[in-house]
Design a binder for this molecule. Structure first.
Ligand SMILES: Cc1cc2nc3c(=O)[nH]c(=O)nc-3n(C[C@H](O)[C@H](O)[C@H](O)COP(=O)(O)O)c2cc1C
Length: 215
C-alpha cells in the first residue's frame, strides 16, 4: 500500500513574527499568542499541547495533555504520576511541550524541566474537578494493560460506591507537573516556506536571549 501525499502543499500567509513585536520575556509573547488562539474560531482546544519525554525504554514518546495554567515560572498540566509519562518524567525531567495551532499557522516549542507541583496546588485543582473526573482518576491505572472495557467500568463502579456521599480525595499518584522553560521557540508560517522562527533561551542571569532561526 502506498498513499502519496507529496502534492499536499499549503501556503502560510496569515501572520508574521518580527523582532520588533517580541517582548523581552517569552511568557509575555506566549500569553499574547495564547489569548488570540483561545479566542479564535480557527483553533479548537488551544490548551491542548503535546508533551514529549524520554521513556524508561530510551525512546522518546509524545502525547497530548491539557495545559491548565501558566505563570512566569512555567506551564502546568495534570496526570497520573504512575503512568508511562509520569515514570518517564520522574526518571528524566527534561521534556518538550509543543502547541500547533493550524488555523493560525503557528507552532510553539518549549523545552524545559518538569517538577511535581506542590501538593496543595494539586489538591486545589483536584477539588475543582467534577466528581466524574475525580472518580476517573481513581479508577484508571493510567498506561497499565487491562483485560477489557468491563474491567475499567467495574473499577469505576466500585469507586463510585466507595465514595458515595463522601468527599473524593485526590489520589496521591495523581497531580500536576510544572514545566519550567529553558527555551521557547515561536514559529509563524510564512509564504514560500520562509517561516519566522524566534527562539528565546534562558541565560544564567535569568534574562532571555532572543535569536532568529532559519526556517
Ligand atoms: C485532547 C486530549 C487531552 C488530554 N489531556 C490529558 C491530560 O491533561 N492529562 C493526561 O494525563 N492525559 C491526557 N490525555 C491523554 C494522553 O494523551 C495519554 O493518552 C495519557 O496521558 C497516557 O499517556 P502515557 O501512557 O504516555 O502516560 C489527553 C488526550 C487528548 C487527546
Amino acid at each position: 500500500m502506498a498513499h502519496d501525499l507529496s502534492d499536499y502543499r499549503k501556503s502560510y500567509e496569515k501572520r508574521e513574527l518580527l523582532e520588533s513585536n517580541c517582548p523581552e520575556n517569552p511568557i509575555e509573547l506566549f500569553r499574547d499568542w495564547f489569548f488570540v488562539a483561545d479566542e479564535s474560531e480557527m483553533v479548537d482546544e488551544a490548551n491542548a499541547m503535546t508533551i514529549a519525554s524520554i521513556g524508561l525504554d530510551g525512546f522518546p514518546k509524545s502525547r497530548v495533555v491539557l495545559l491548565k495554567r501558566y505563570t512566569w515560572e512555567g506551564f502546568i498540566f495534570y496526570t497520573n504520576y504512575n503512568s508511562e509519562k509520569g515514570k518517564a518524567i520522574l526518571n528524566n525531567n527534561r521534556v518538550c511541550l509543543s502547541f500547533f495551532w493550524s488555523g493560525l499557522e503557528q507552532q510553539i516549542i518549549i523545552k524545559g524541566t518538569a517538577e511535581k507541583l506542590a501538593e496543595n496546588l494539586s489538591d486545589g485543582y483536584f477539588e475543582s474537578r467534577p466528581d466524574g473526573s475525580k472518580l476517573g482518576a481513581w479508577a484508571s491505572e493510567q498506561s497499565e494493560v487491562i483485560t477489557s472495557r468491563e474491567e475499567l467500568d467495574q473499577r469505576l463502579a466500585s469507586f463510585e460506591k466507595q465514595f458515595e456521599n463522601k468527599e473524593i480525595p485526590r489520589p496521591k499518584h495523581w497531580g500536576g507537573f510544572i514545566v519550567k522553560p529553558v527555551s521557547i521557540e515561536f514559529w509563524q508560517g510564512r509564504p514560500n516556506r520562509m517561516h519566522d522562527r524566534i527562539r528565546y533561551t534562558l541565560q544564567k542571569d535569568f534574562s532571555w536571549k532572543l535569536e532568529r532561526l532559519a526556517p
